[in-house]
Design a binder for this molecule. Structure first.
Ligand code: ADP
Length: 190
């Protein structure tokens, strides 16, 4: 059972590639962004607390996100392995994840870091915003999210490289070519 983190900037294709990998391998998908958007729709306490941060392009506070992941892992004990999408996004989140997985006698096996140039990221997110109407996919918020990514999330690449589990993956080109590159890493772990 593998636990993977699909990592990368907003717009790098984490959600899309997660879906494709799930079809192929049957992982359980845990997307903190999707969970938060559901919480907002349901107008839960978490949703109410998270909405302002998301709409501002900021990260939701670690304590809320770590609590969320804790309850998700309790609910759906990872049977077929996990793809964590959009989590962790800060070093404290990564440390909390390590402790949580240790409770289940497991760990992060690989971090798949989708690398896409800045211009392409902005382009993709603007297009997604037109199609989906996602409240944070407008130019002002996109630019904020990319800055937040570089300041708070990108340092995780070095954190996981130190642990020997970081893999850089070329994230532009045809969808199936990107899936094939990700699969190569996953198959080598199996
Ligand atoms: P994207 O990768 O395109 O930014 P996500 O759906 O992963 O899309 O995240 C959307 C927003 O949800 C983020 O900008 C942030 O506000 C919030 N969010 C999601 N995951 C986390 C997390 N692990 N920590 C803090 N905030 C998060």
């Amino acid at each position: 059972m593998l636990n993977l983190i699909i990592f990368g900037a907003p717009g790098s294709g984490k959600g899309t590639q997660s879906e494709l990998l799930i079809k192929k391998y049957g992982f359980e998908h845990v997307s903190t962004g999707d969970l938060l958007r559901s919480a907002i729709k349901a107008q839960s306490e978490l949703g109410k607390a998270a909405k302002q941060y998301i709409d501002n392009g900021q990260l939701v506070p670690d304590a809320l996100i770590i609590g969320l992941i804790e309850s998700v892992l309790e609910e759906r004990r990872p049977q077929h392995g996990l793809i964590l999408d959009g989590f962790p996004r800060t070093i404290p989140q990564a440390e909390a994840l390590e402790e949580l997985l240790a409770k289940y006698n497991t760990r992060v096996h690989a971090v798949l870091d989708l690398q896409v140039g800045q211009e392409e990221l902005v382009d993709r997110l603007l297009k997604r915003g037109q199609a989906s109407g996602r409240s944070d996919d407008n130019l002002e918020t996109i630019e904020k999210r990319l800055a937040v990514y570089h300041a708070q999330t990108a340092p995780l690449a070095a954190y996981y490289a130190d642990k020997g589990v970081h893999h850089a993956i070329q994230g532009s080109g045809a969808l199936e070519d990107i899936t094939a590159r990700l699969s190569q890493v996953i198959d080598a772990l199996n």
